[in-house]
Design a protein around this ligand. Structure first.
Ligand code: CLF
Ligand code: SF4
Length: 291
């Protein structure tokens, strides 16, 4: 049975709705590829960058399960095992296989997954059956004209779509997927990357739409201007605060996001044990990008 928002608020560092939690998470970088192309996404394998989409190397599901064991020994405050890339979790089977192994080996750990939502209508019921406790869907716009400026293409059921066609499929599936996951009893959070030049005024509309679909929590992530959105600006504190306040008319807002790497481990913004866990050499042949 998935956990409610109230239960997660006490035990999950990214679902706390008030002050910052002191619980931790371990990210398991098991998902290499992606099925869409966000313009801000610059997936890389390295030890240095501190942002989403970056990991030192890809793990197998078996290695990931062993990593959870080590992570909890290094940092007993870790309550959550999450998969957040470095690519899209539903584009390859490894995230689900990882959660199967983790569920069996660590029945009490909170399982958490993030997705771009393209395949969520297909997988929501399977995620509920697996007992995923917390799901994050990244929805950057619900207006296809804006989404097309953020995401260049999607590969969906064997075909590649671009521009407005891609945007329409992505938005439709994200909202349908959230509806389906919420109906199956999964607590859904939505992340929106705040891009001042593209979606800043549109964020309340996203919050309204995802709340209507059943999302319970909202997280506004300031853009890291890079890749094809290097021309955009990083939002300042005043814009972030204003946008959060506007979104809060529709659903609760999480305010402590640390824009974690796909192999982050420890307490977000606090104790960091990722260096001790993931001190393996970079494998450049596995260079996928993510954001
Ligand atoms: Fe990881 Fe994301 Fe789960 Fe948290 S991170 S999969 S919900 S366990 Fe958290 Fe990190 Fe922000 Fe993500 S602080 S980037 S929101
Ligand atoms: Fe895929 Fe995530 Fe990168 Fe977007 S940000 S292209 S969903 S890996």
């Amino acid at each position: 049975m998935s956990k409610t928002l109230d239960a997660l608020a006490l035990s999950h560092p990214c679902f706390s709705t008030g002050s910052k939690s002191h619980k931790g998470r371990v990210h398991l970088p098991v998902s290499p590829g992606c099925n869409i192309q966000c313009h801000f996404c610059d997936r890389r394998l390295n030890d240095i960058d501190r942002r989403p989409g970056v990991a030192a190397a890809i793990l197998t599901p078996q290695e990931a399960a062993e990593t959870v064991r080590k992570a909890v020994a290094l940092c007993p405050d870790i309550t959550v095992a999450g998969v957040a890339g470095p690519g899209e979790t539903l584009a390859t089977p490894y995230a689900l296989e990882t959660f199967r192994l983790i569920r069996a080996a660590f029945p009490d750990i909170i399982t958490c997954m993030s997705t771009n939502g393209l395949l969520l209508p297909d997988f929501a019921d399977a995620l509920a059956e697996l007992g995923i406790d917390a799901l994050t869907v990244t929805v950057n716009a619900v207006d296809p004209a804006l989404q097309a400026q953020i995401c260049g293409s999607v590969s969906y059921h064997g075909r590649r779509y671009e521009g407005r066609d891609a945007a329409e499929i992505l938005i439709r599936n994200q909202l349908a997927g959230i509806r389906r996951a919420a109906a199956a009893g999964i607590t859904v959070k939505v992340n929106t990357v705040l891009i001042p030049e593209i979606n800043a005024d549109h964020v309340p509309e996203v919050a309204k739409a995802v709340s209507g679909a059943g999302a319970k929590l909202y997280n506004i992530i300031p853009l890291i201007p890079q890749h094809r959105l290097a021309w955009c600006s990083a939002p300042g504190c005043a814009l972030i605060s204003r946008t959060r306040a506007e979104a809060e008319h529709y659903l609760k807002v999480f305010r402590h996001c640390q824009r974690c790497r796909a192999d982050a481990a420890g307490i977000p913004g606090g104790k960091d044990v990722s260096g001790e866990l993931y001190s393996h050499p970079v494998r450049p042949e596995n260079t996928f990008s993510h954001g």
